[in-house]
Design a protein around this ligand. Sequence first.
Ligand code: FRU
Length: 501
Amino acid sequence: MKKNKYIGVLLLMIIFSSCKTLLKTGKNNPEKYRPAYHFSPKKGWMNDPNGMIYLDGTYHLFYQHNPDTIVWGPMHWGHATSTDLMQWEEQPIALFPDSLGTIFSGSVVLDKNNTAGFGKDALVAIFTHHNHYIEEEKTGLHQYQSIAYSLDQGKSWTKYTGNPVLPNPGIWDFRDPKVMWHAGSGQWIMTLATKQSITFYGSKNLKEWKRLSEFGNDTGANGGVWECPDLLCLPTPEGDKWVLLVSINPGGPNTGSATQYFVGDFDGTTFTTNQKDIRWMDYGPDNYAGVTFSNTGNRHILIGWMSNWAYANMVPASTWRSGMTIPRILSLQKVSEKWFLVSSPITKELMNEDVQQIGDMHVQNNTQDWSNYIKKTDGAFELSFTLDKVTTFDLVLSNNTGDELLLGFDKSTDQFFVDRSKAGNANFYPAFITRTVVPRISDTGMINYRLLVDRNSVEVFADGGLSNLSSIFFIERPFHVLKFRSPTNVNVRDLSIKVIK
Ligand code: FRU
């Protein structure tokens, strides 16, 4: 009798555990590609981050959202909040389409001095209305800027009755307002994407806007439409510098969409730069439309959309689609007389509880198996190390269903790379880009490598965040095998692995 009971319990345990495995890997499991520590919507489609703002200890993330299907469609602003930038809680939808159009990308500011008259400390969202019916008339007047306000910390929003606040002057692509307060000139500055340029507008009250200047057209990368700009002031030992971020689709460095930047100066009216070369914030295929939070003081925190317009609507998915990148702090670093943007991922808050400091090791022209270190991570971890010389190396991540991701550095080309051609389903659409590279920018004699793995994505921050690559893939099971290969002798210093809780 006792024995039967024991067998029964054992059977139940086996059924339970195979159900769990099935659920994790099963074809119909909608959670199969869900990241562990990156934001993704519970259901529906998501693209650009919008209106990000920090308020009284809470980070607000709004985002382009089509709640009803998993392809791009009538855009709403979804809403999520977090206190640590890693654990997000989804909130009710913030902005719905209305008679002026659907709600495209934009920003949110805290109107401390009630310049708009909606109330002291009102949140004001500045966004693009996209009118599909006017678009059909082909006049190019279908995108215009509107505002909405919230008096309860973003929970509910009221659209301004005087919308639009900035009508379209006849430019087909006229969108994605990013607004900031410019103390020097005592006004709000709107940085707006206008086809293949950025137009700056100024306002005292967020309702009446005056055109100030235009930047671009024949500058930088022009292989596609300019979108989702951001203008930031970053400190350097040589004084403040202004950085203009411009997402472009297509025309990225690895084809598809990506974000370029310009380092220069902004005087309250005009942005100027001496930069002749094209600089990309992240060479990876999957970091687009990234902008920074408002109201974070001197910390400029960027989040991007972890996908690419070349294939975003086609990636394997069933009930939800797309995630965001890890939040990154942006700063400037000088290399060979040029200023480059540095991205430093914010992962500390959740990960520092379980850090394995593995230390130093010597690799002698061979392969080292590091699988033991990632055993308990369920495919969600951060790894970092420094190599004491600039040398070719590979990291191979794999699982027992045959998926394999290859990444590392190739000294002969001086490029870091991520090759996802064998990392799960890579044939779902011809435009899925399989091998991507980023040139080494740093001129030091060592390589510093930081890698965030979150089940179906990797984010590489090489040389302290000078050379970056973000990439998604679609594997059957989380990676649990990790190998390091080097064709030469090299010392690996400070190898550390952090488990995501
Ligand atoms: C960028 C973008 C924006 C636009 C939004 C529409 O990814 O094309 O220019 O506002 O997406 O969803």
